[in-house]
Design a protein around this ligand. Structure first.
Ligand code: 5GP
Ligand code: MG
Ligand code: MG
Length: 200
């Protein structure tokens, strides 16, 4: 991919190894995923449940594409944080103002930025199902990593399967940086080492 026409804030200069996916490609793929979702949910009103913050940019494209297809949906958001105890249990906390009543008995499509090992969804889904009692839950993720071992969870709708590199941009962060990039890049060592305390 030619990255010469890509725009980004000057402080990110040198922070990428390469351009992986352009925003134009993401837009096209979101349209294709919306087609698949519409085929599966025609006549229903699923809840598009955005997992913040990373999925926000993808969520906007996907919901626009569904609107173009006259596919109705409800809009909800949640945030997941790992339980921060002394001994990490892998327990997740669901926050972000989601009320379980709002998805009870409904078809839910969880919108994610990236599924890596699948651990997050493997832990999140049982909690969501038992607490909120949705009618069904599927996952639509922008990215899925190509692993050398089976993932703990595989999403039904996948935008792009990518190599096992750390990627940033289009909502995906490293220490809260890079969410503001228009495209998806592989981070460079300079990006990993960047001391953001020098910025305000
Ligand atoms: P999993 O539980 O599937 O292994 O990973 C889930 C979370 O890890 C993602 O929601 C994301 O926050 C983070 N993550 C995994 N791989 C990447 C990556 O390549 N880039 C970024 N920015 N986050 C990642
Ligand atoms: Mg995520
Ligand atoms: Mg993150």
């Amino acid at each position: 991919l030619d990255s010469s026409d890509r725009k980004f804030p000057p402080e990110y200069d040198g922070h990428f190894d390469r351009l992986l996916i352009t925003r134009e490609e993401i837009k096209d793929r979101a349209n294709a995923l919306a087609d698949l979702i519409h085929k599966d949910y025609k006549g229903k009103r699923p809840v598009l449940l955005c997992v913040l913050k990373g999925a926000n940019n993808f969520y906007m494209h996907l919901s626009e594409a569904l609107q173009d297809l006259c596919q109705g949906f409800y809009t909800e958001f949640l945030r997941v944080s790992s339980y921060d105890g002394l001994n990490s249990t892998g327990m997740l906390e669901i926050g972000g103002g989601l009320k379980y009543k709002d998805i009870e008995g409904k078809d839910v499509i969880l919108v994610e930025d990236i599924v890596d090992t699948g651990h997050t969804l493997f832990n999140l889904l049982p909690v969501l199902k038992s607490e909120a009692k949705p009618l069904s839950v599927e996952c639509c993720t922008l990215l899925s990593k190509r692993l050398d071992k089976p993932a703990h969870y595989s999403a039904k709708y996948v935008g792009f399967t990518i190599p096992n590199h750390f990627v940033i941009g289009f909502g995906l962060d490293y220490n809260e940086l890079y969410r503001d990039l228009q495209d998806i890049w592989v981070i460079s060592q300079k990006g990993i080492d960047f001391d953001q305390s020098t910025m305000h």
